[in-house]
Design a protein around this ligand. Sequence first.
Ligand SMILES: Nc1ncnc2c1ncn2[C@@H]1O[C@H](COP(=O)(O)OP(=O)(O)OP(=O)(O)O)[C@@H](O)[C@H]1O
Length: 286
Amino acid sequence: MSTMLEVSGLTHQYGQGERAHVAVQDLTFSIEAGQLACIVGPSGCGKSTLLRCISGLIEATGGSVRLHGDEVSGVPDDLAVVFQDYSRSLFPWLTVAKNVEFPLRWQKVSKAERTRRAAEVLEAVGLAGVGKKFPWQLSGGMQQRVSIARALVGRPALLLMDEPFASVDAQTRGELEDLTRTVQRDLGSTILLVTHDIDESVYLADRVLVLSKSPASIVADLSIDLPAERDQITTRESERFVALRGEVARLLQSPRAQRTAEAEQAGEGSADSAGSADSELTTADT
Ligand SMILES: Nc1ncnc2c1ncn2[C@@H]1O[C@H](COP(=O)(O)OP(=O)(O)OP(=O)(O)O)[C@@H](O)[C@H]1O
């Protein structure tokens, strides 16, 4: 496996002087090609900031991001992002098909090829036949499928997903989680997905990175050794799923994850006591 994403010593501070706020601090990790990794962390810990830095939407104030070896400075062509708020990410005046093929307009792709690729990804997300509708004629879950199709149409090297299912109902959420795993398997995509939902991170991922409270630092890097074929009922009922879910919950509540920036600077807090021997847990040496 080759390394798709390398994040080294990434730090981002908003503002200057007295108004300065460090949102992420000295994050180092890498994602292998074809991996589906989830980042889980408490609300406000800096997850979106991390994704914005990785996607080149904002410039990190420290450290570096490399996408298949190239330093990221600005938004790379072969990276796509799916945001939580699908209703604001789709163009209401364009049909579903036109929304999906939109990113290809900036590439040298013929009209016929654009149409073909839009139809192909719409089929991959289970929306064959709705290309002529407008986004506002679809349910929330269907609109988010359109966002995912649009992100995939350019065949991105890396797909970033920022709380992508937080605005849909529980059943749709489960369907979109399964869709994400299916698409990742069928298209071989590399996906980094941010969530604050522990169960979702364990269900979806090959690997879960647990972040501390703000400023985000890595508390643990957990390998998810569940079978590749997952099912919303049987997987979630399995002993291993329950154990892993408990592991992530414990890590999030561990002293290390709860330490605030002020405590960190003051040198408070003890070594992480949340790890246990029965998981493939590696506590990051941050
Ligand atoms: N543009 C900005 N200017 C100043 N501070 C910001 C800005 N954006 C985010 N922050 C602050 O940085 C910290 C991290 O925010 P961020 O949105 O990255 O966290 P998050 O983990 O994604 O939150 P949530 O889970 O609630 O979406 C927060 O304290 C937030 O108030």
